[in-house]
Design a protein around this ligand. Sequence first.
Ligand code: ATP
Length: 310
Amino acid sequence: MIEVRELTKSFARHTAVKGIDFSVQKGEIVGFLGPNGAGKTTTMRMLTGYLPPTSGSATIAGFDIFRQSLDARRCIGYMPENVPLYEDMRVREFLRYRASLKGLNNRDAKRRVNEVIETCGLEGVRRKMIKVLSKGYRQRVGLADALVHEPQLLILDEPTNGLDPNQIRQIRDLIKRLSENHTILLSTHILHEVEMTCGRVIIIDGGQIKAQDTPQNLVAGMRAAGRVHAEISGDSGVIAPALQRMDHVKRVTHEIVEGDWSHYEILVDSGTDARERIHELASQYGWPLRSLHRKDPTLEDVFVELTRRD
Ligand SMILES: Nc1ncnc2c1ncn2[C@@H]1O[C@H](COP(=O)(O)OP(=O)(O)OP(=O)(O)O)[C@@H](O)[C@H]1O
């Protein structure tokens, strides 16, 4: 459904997307993740034909997004990060207007607007002015707009941005339902949401793809490199370097939790478990140790590991 090859976008002084390659197969729901400024929106805007690339190529359902832009766009429902809505229009009127802009004749527009109003749970607000709607309802109107011309592919840029937990859940459930008959590429900063909705994840940072796999495989890959958490009392200026000097320790980070107690996170080589050695070290130097355990990594740990700056 999406084929991206060597796609690059340079602005005056800055290359935002640096020769990325990825594919999305029909029926997939793919999370597009990255820290602020990673290049997600720039990539999505190129895929949807709003921004010309500097070099590289991309096809949507076999159509070249630059040479066959109209055909490609017909296959895409795009919901940008800040959904542009006409505040003084009523919901149904706005969707009818958008449907006609997208080339639907009157009869199809009427039918589709009724369908997307139902799909997106907008029945109760169909006659309301957009300016009086809550952020959650506005996002649903944005989704209804993206869906109105029956696209096969949905490209959603942070669809749950700024929503409260209940609204996030409602939009997430809606996206899950839509995934039954759409291919979806969505960006978000809520990694827990990705673990629940997406079959595959692409992580981008600094305009380059750092990883792409199922959330389960990414987490399993990380599990191989052990991560131990310990709470130890004492001078962290002495304890952290001592932990760092142990065999197979890759990195030690720490933060004060209360008083003299600090929480240490110790990343060790795959296949090793540092817990016994940490316990021995604490006994040897008389450091009070009140907690020592391995933590199963989450997608958030994978994300931080791949995109950390320090
Ligand atoms: N029109 C533009 N002119 C110049 N630089 C731009 C332009 N649009 C984006 N950039 C820069 O390109 C980089 C990537 O931006 P982009 O908006 O794609 O990131 P993002 O991953 O979507 O971030 P966020 O999570 O904050 O939305 C940033 O450094 C941004 O400042």
